[in-house]
Ligand binder design. Sequence first.
Ligand code: ZN
Length: 491
Amino acid sequence: MLAACYIRVSTDEQAEQGISIPAQKSRLLSYCQARGWEVYGFYVDDGYSGKDLDRPAMQRLIEDAAAKKFNTALVLKLDRLSRRQKDVLYLLEEIFEPGGVGFKSVTESFDTTTPFGKAALGMMAVFAQLERETIVERVRMAKNESARQGRFMGGPAPFGYRYNFGAKKLEIDEIQAQEIRWIYDRYLSGKLGYGYIAGELERKGVPGPTDERWNKTSVRKILTNPAYAGLVNHKGSVYQGKHEAIISPEKWREVQVLIKSKGAVRAAAGVHTGLLSGIIWCGECGARMRVKNVWQNYPRLSPKKVTKYYVCYSQDKTGSSHMVRDPDCRCGYKHADEIENEVIQQLYIYSYDKVLLRQAVNESLAAAGDKRSFIRGINQARKDFNSVEKKLEKWCDAFEKGALEPDELVERVKELKERKAYLHNHIIEMENRLKEENERKINTEELLEILQNFTRIWENATADERREIVINTIKEVRIYTDNRIEVEFNL
Ligand SMILES: [Zn+2]
């Protein structure tokens, strides 16, 4: 077996124990030695994060895997490869598998040829992603701190301002600021919609923000941006900024109240996007399905009720014509809530599959069994090591007492020293294997816990997180005329 060892450490991890480049190198090397594998080479990305695959050594690994220069890719931990599940699956399915290259993680056991191995791998990759997300969260917290101090939060300066790099603050661009004032006044006085205002700006020939044309979104962004009232917005909290306001805080708040009162009608009716958007297809004609909010006008309700449906693009003629697969498709409007519940049920069952769980438990028990034999092996080797040392002492004593010829001593000592070195290496190797087994067991238990707690995780997840879970675990959902649902999982 010819193994390519991939090593990665990010700048914030460099101080962490056990993850340094030499630490990873020695663990990978001892893993290969224990199995009699040859090392094809070390691919080292020093100071790169796992957020994408844009790393020099990773690119070389991909090229060499495609050229079949080695049989297996080896990492210490899955997150060394990537912290994104998508990237991990890409490497496995698009690079390693077609190239006939196997993949091994020293501290996690995945047999990617079995469904469980793939499921486990997918789940672990989701963890790795979550870990990265906690790092992202930390960055956000640091930004929060900066917002509390009233500093501009980065990104392009809002339309109406310029960023003064010397003074490190926003300054008013008088020409653009006039348009800002005009937009606010227009919205307040005329009670006009975003689209109408955007149209007027276009007709006046005002250059749009960031060189784009004016549209509903850009107008809405301007009307809701607290920067114009001299404030700094960060993650829903507003702080007093260090820059000058273009719109008085009173007028700005007045606009916010008006926007909210207009939006309240829609919000109360519960207009929302679909949990399954992008992965749901019509089983009959093969077209994508979209969410359709149907307003109920009768009986007259206040606030109005809305019902959410999934409907295929072939049937929903309001969509673009290129999405139509069969103009005669009559698969029907599907109640979105019912479909989503059914899919989530299947996801529960899939996650809590008894067979998969039993397999995982057996695997971790098998690892524990190996552990006992490793411990026995280590103890035996230590005993042998001690007895070799005692023998050495004995021979030396004998020599001192004149009971042994120098030549004889040299030969015996040489033999014993070789034996000693062998035992020493053997003990280190066994200890490393034991460490691996321990880590593998912990990872398996962690995975089991996640699978068993899926229901609770789901219940506590936000809409965005649920969407994230669905996209990561489900490949495709197909619905038929008789409301039959087929769910195809990613993992
Ligand atoms: Zn259809």
